[in-house]
Write a protein that binds this ligand. Structure first.
Ligand SMILES: [Zn+2]
Length: 379
């Protein structure tokens, strides 16, 4: 079968419409309601969960479902997030050939609206063609950019897809993420003792010295191919002439292997505690699991579906591991094998962010072809 022609004008219009909604985290309502209305018109049931209420936002995750006509096909879901890393007030957009970018001093918001738009186009093409397909669910999330918390607040029982595809990493199209690290964050508060630095320094215990000793004794940066660690923020002290009684640090560790993450986490906690204690200070370390990792391979059905879909869409299929987290980390931790598909967002999280129209088209084809490959799969 010849590839279904994508309606380029409609797809670009959908993308521009989504970009024009100003949707920083917790303010996704206008884009999400618009997409919900769009999906209802093409036969999806649409609902929003209570994640928005829990997070102090103005709307929850959009969960849309369309019953398939091929009951033997495995149900699948596609996902992208509505929130943008920062607000886009006064956004102005220019289209120059294949490139869509912001001309105002803001991000464009292609991260992640260039994922949402092709999903909407693909399911529209599917509705128009009337071709058979399995059950399709869409999980269009909120608050991804502030720690995947929209997806984390989702009720795992609401997920009806057996395999998931999140459109949320940079080109080249055809590339998917098969693995991502787990991340722990650390909040550290070192408590020393204050004293006048000139009159009685011997009465003080410098929290800054304790922090300095700990950080310099710590393994940081690239620990090995699978593991990284960083001290990202340090602040403390109150005046030049006071021995600082308190310092706070914000740190992280990531690894593709949980045993290595545990080891690096223990090393960082121990080093803070030991070096602080050595000079009579106390380190209070709180470790928070930001997200869990996942590791899939080419034998996993979700990966096979994504690679076969890329081939059918005329995109060069490829796999790579990720260095960061996405909603796919959360869905995998719910027990639903989920991969991340490259989409059209480039130079993300900068005001030079842009998106290629050809990428939007490629993604719409890729999504449609995954639906077709899944339709023909018998497990
Ligand atoms: Zn994103």
């Amino acid at each position: 079968m010849a590839p279904t022609p994508v309606n380029e004008q409609r797809l670009v219009d959908t993308f521009l419409t989504l970009c024009r909604f100003n949707t920083p985290p917790r303010h996704e309502r206008p884009a999400s309601e618009w997409a919900g209305e769009y999906l209802r018109k093409i036969g999806f049931t649409v609902e929003w969960d209570d994640a928005g209420e829990k997070l102090g936002g103005d709307i929850g995750n959009l969960i849309a479902f369309k019953k398939g006509t091929v009951p033997e096909a495995p149900p699948i879901f596609f996902s992208s997030h509505f929130d943008t890393v920062e607000a886009t007030p006064g956004l102005e957009i220019a289209i120059e050939g294949d490139i869509i970018r912001a001309t105002s001093d803001t991000i464009l918001g292609a991260d992640n609206k260039c994922g949402v738009a092709p999903i909407l186009e693909a399911v529209t093409l599917l509705a128009e063609s009337g071709e058979p397909h399995g059950d399709i669910q869409l999980l269009l999330t909120i608050c991804e950019e502030i720690g995947l918390v929209g997806a984390r607040e989702m009720d795992p029982r609401a997920i009806r897809g057996k395999y998931g595809f999140v459109l949320d990493t940079e080109p080249p199209l055809g590339t998917l993420l098969h693995a991502a690290p787990a991340q722990n964050s650390f909040h550290v508060r070192i408590e020393g003792a204050p004293a006048h630095a000139g009159i009685a320094p011997e009465n003080g215990i410098s929290a800054i010295v304790a922090a300095a000793k700990a950080v310099s004794a710590m393994r940081l940066g690239r620990i090995d191919e699978e593991t990284t660690a960083n001290v990202g923020i340090i602040h403390g002290g109150t005046a030049r002439n006071i021995v600082p009684a308190e310092v706070e640090l914000s740190c992280e560790a990531r690894s593709h292997r949980l045993d290595k993450l545990d080891a690096q986490t223990a090393h960082m906690v121990d080093t803070f505690e030991r070096e602080a204690a050595a000079i009579g200070a106390v380190a209070h370390v709180t470790v928070t699991e930001q997200y869990r990792g996942y590791a899939l391979n080419e034998n996993d059905t979700v990966i096979r579906l994504a690679l076969a879909g890329a081939r059918a869409a005329g995109l060069p299929p490829a796999m790579r591991p990720s260095g960061g987290g996405s909603d796919a980390n959360v869905f995998n931790s719910f027990g639903v094998p989920t991969t991340v598909l490259a989409c059209g967002m480039e130079k993300i999280h900068t005001h030079d962010e842009f998106c290629r129209i050809s990428s939007l088209i490629g993604n719409a084809r890729w999504v449609l072809e995954i639906i077709r490959v899944a339709r023909d799969l018998r497990e």
